[in-house]
Design a protein around this ligand. Structure first.
Ligand code: NBP
Length: 516
């Protein structure tokens, strides 16, 4: 540690991709950041790569620390320490090492990693009296961390009061008039003004929970874009560059989003080695790190029909079965005997343009459903886990910095501002009208894909979600009868109060009795 350095305002442990970029962002905002990494050479290299000039005249800078004792001594008290290490046991290793190195009970330790929210609930309790454990979702990847992420803080509210000025200064900013992200930050020159993309989410694991659902929605959003690409490629015979051009146009309208923007860019990129479109040389086997799966598991646990999010996780799993799929593609016939599906009847000219418009509508409608499911899941979770979410605020802080940032989120913010207790986003007047106007294209695309043998699990599941949600009588009456038949699980009657349950003596005289 440099003994001449003034005490640091905030500490950062873990200088991999996220930690180093967040440290630079914090320093850009005029803070002195004590930086520590388990492997000390990483700290030295990081600090020597980022001399004080990097931070211009902001007054911010880095204070390298080679031991945790030195790190603790470098920080103003009560301390604020951000931990950005690999999610899982490493977070506890760091907390315990900090306690052993002399941390005080009123020091805040913020876990900014993708930790499982139940771990955050446990840690918040476990470390009470030794340190104040606080969880915060950080979204936006490397660039977001550097120039403005979306931050989803959860934990003790007094701790939030201390953290708030830093979190508000380093988060992404949105233009309050347009609702669009302000993206003109550069090293040493942070964005000034604008609405910060952070707000207090709730106690204990609430911030990490909302970040998890954000990632679940991100899975669905990405899968839907991929399905739109697959349909245009297979059914219209369009090249990646042509589809990239279409996506660039869509990015100027309703579907304006970071993911749409980067997809258009990716589709126009050639492979530096072969010159082919890069997308054609990347193996179609998706990876995942767990947050989508956690969202799906939580939706299943709470019986919330977040089907499009869950399908997006399954779609990655299916993609990873590459070798099996290659074999199956030579064995299993699609419609009209086309192996692996696909259509020979490609629309062109006006018909082609019209078809592209239907794919746009399908993507837009399905995307609304994916978001509706994410918000429905959070709505169930707040009851189950005793939180009180402000959904308008959650949509608001997702408008900038994070991976799912999109024009569309402004509309979600407005929907929840109009009706904070909205049962489902689909019931909001704006979204209801938009789906009403676009659903015909959505239905055509799903039908076309089914008839052509093109897999569209997310498009189709979103449509099933929409149709199920708007159906007054589902065949669950028949299902309940079956459950009562084989397991005496009882049923409710349409002509009795909810909560009264009945059983029919299916194997006896078929009389009905009210059960207690
Ligand atoms: P990684 O998740 O790759 O973790 C690497 C860092 O953890 C290194 O600094 C490493 O130190 C440190 N570390 C490990 Br591993 N075990 C440790 C231990 N027992 N004690 C102390 N330090 C330990 O880094 P990342 O990609 O920057 O991500 C950080 C967190 O942010 C993760 O939770 C991640 O899920 C989350 N996140 C990542 C992204 C992204 O785009 N990468 C986006 C949003 C959130 P070492 O140098 O000594 O090995």
């Amino acid at each position: 540690m440099n003994n001449d350095a003034p005490p640091a305002d905030v500490g950062l442990i873990g200088l991999a991709v996220m930690g180093r970029n967040l440290a630079l962002n914090i320093a850009d905002h005029g803070y002195q950041v004590a930086a520590y990494n388990r492997t000390a050479s990483v700290t030295d290299e990081f600090v020597s790569d980022n001399p004080p000039e990097v931070f211009g005249d902001t007054g911010g800078g880095l204070v390298p620390c080679s031991t945790l004792e030195g790190f603790i001594a470098a920080l103003k008290t009560p301390r604020i320490i951000i931990v950005l290490v690999k999610a899982g046991p490493a977070v506890d290793t760091v907390c315990n090492a900090l306690i052993d190195a002399g941390l005080s009970p009123d020091d805040i330790v913020i876990d900014g990693g993708n930790s499982l929210w139940t771990d955050t609930i446990r840690r918040e309790k476990d470390y009470r009296g030794r340190l104040i454990f606080f969880g915060s979702g950080v979204s936006g990847g490397e660039v977001g961390a550097r120039f403005g992420p979306s931050l989803m803080p959860g934990g003790d509210e007094n701790a939030w009061t201390r953290l708030k000025p830093i979190w508000e200064s380093i988060s992404a900013k949105v233009d309050p008039d347009t609702g669009k992200p302000m993206e003109n930050a550069s090293p040493g020159k942070p964005v000034s003004g604008g609405e910060p993309c952070t707000t207090y989410i709730g106690p204990n694991g609430a911030g990490h929970y909302v970040k998890m659902v954000h990632n679940g929605i991100e899975y669905a959003d990405m899968q839907l874009i991929c399905e739109a690409y697959q349909i245009l490629r297979t059914s219209c015979g369009m090249t990646p560059v042509e589809i990239g051009d279409v996506f660039s146009t869509w990015n100027e309208g309703d579907l304006d989003s970071y993911l749409m923007e980067i997809t258009a860019d990716i589709l126009k990129q050639g492979d530096p080695t072969t010159g082919k479109p890069i997308v054609d040389v990347i193996l179609d086997a998706a990876g995942m790190k767990g947050t989508g799966t956690w969202t799906a598991i939580n939706a299943l646990n709470l019986a919330v029909p977040a089907a499009t999010i869950t399908e997006a996780v399954f779609a990655r799993g299916m993609s990873a079965l590459k070798d099996e799929r290659v074999k199956a593609s030579k064995i299993l016939a699609g419609p009209e005997g086309i192996p692996g599906g696909g259509s020979n009847d490609q629309p062109s000219g006006d018909a082609g343009e019209q078809f592209i418009a239907t794919v746009h509508d399908a993507l837009y409608c399905a995307k609304i459903c994916a978001y509706a499911q994410g918000f429905q899941l959070m709505s169930a979770a707040q009851v189950e886990y005793d939180w009180k979410f402000n959904f308008g605020e959650i949509a608001r802080i997702w408008r900038g910095g994070c991976i799912i940032r999109a024009r569309f989120l402004q509309k979600i913010t407005e929907a929840y501002q109009r009706a904070p207790n909205l049962d489902n986003l689909l019931l909001d007047d704006y979204f209801r009208a938009r789906i009403e106007a676009a659903q015909s294209g959505w239905r055509q695309v799903v039908a076309h894909a089914a008839l052509s043998g093109i897999p569209t699990p997310a498009f189709a599941s979103a449509l099933a979600y929409y149709d199920s949600y708007r159906t007054e009588t589902l065949p669950a009456n028949l299902l309940q009868a079956m459950r009562d038949f084989f397991g005496a699980h009882t049923y409710e009657r349409v002509d009795e109060e909810r909560g009264k349950v009945f059983h029919l003596d299916w194997s006896g005289d078929r009389s009905e009795a009210e059960m207690s």
